[in-house]
Write a protein of this length. Sequence first.
Length: 194
Amino acid sequence: MTAHPAASSILIVASSTSAVTKLWDMLESPNTDLVPAATAEEAGRLLGSEHFDIVIINAPLSDGFGSDFAVRLAETTTAAILLLVKAELYEKASELVCPNGVMTLSKPFSRQMLRQTIRLLTVMRARLLRLNAEKDTLQEKFDDMKLVNRAKLLLMERLKMTESEAHRYIEKQAMNTGSRRRQVAENIIRTYED
């Protein structure tokens, strides 16, 4: 038997207790916390207070088919979302949810297929989280550059420095005070902005 992927927490949203039991049996692992929810509403409450790596939605739910809920989760959480649908609805459901980052799997499926899908979701989620972290780092650098450039402009306007003098001034202040250029720029902006 293959080891379960490294997902640490999975929310199983299924109206039927037999579906929850079946999924639970297929996914149970010492490294994984499995949490059931009977409705999208209950799952929403759980997602508001707990973190889940993966959310599995067994469609249909008692409070809707589940596709709208899956798309909403994909847009508002970092969890990987898997929508389980009957084989005859697979194509239509996939077309609807896949563009929004929701993976679909047709029922019935084997334990191996489910585990492979979970492994794929785990890998893709890890990649997405890395890309988001890189994006956040780049955004922070961009914001820093904007502040430094704004501070340079103020120094050029108020103190009649050249661009290179303003740049050197900010660099030197950062080195002398042991602060980041952003902090120096913020101080300059507070000092010279009206």
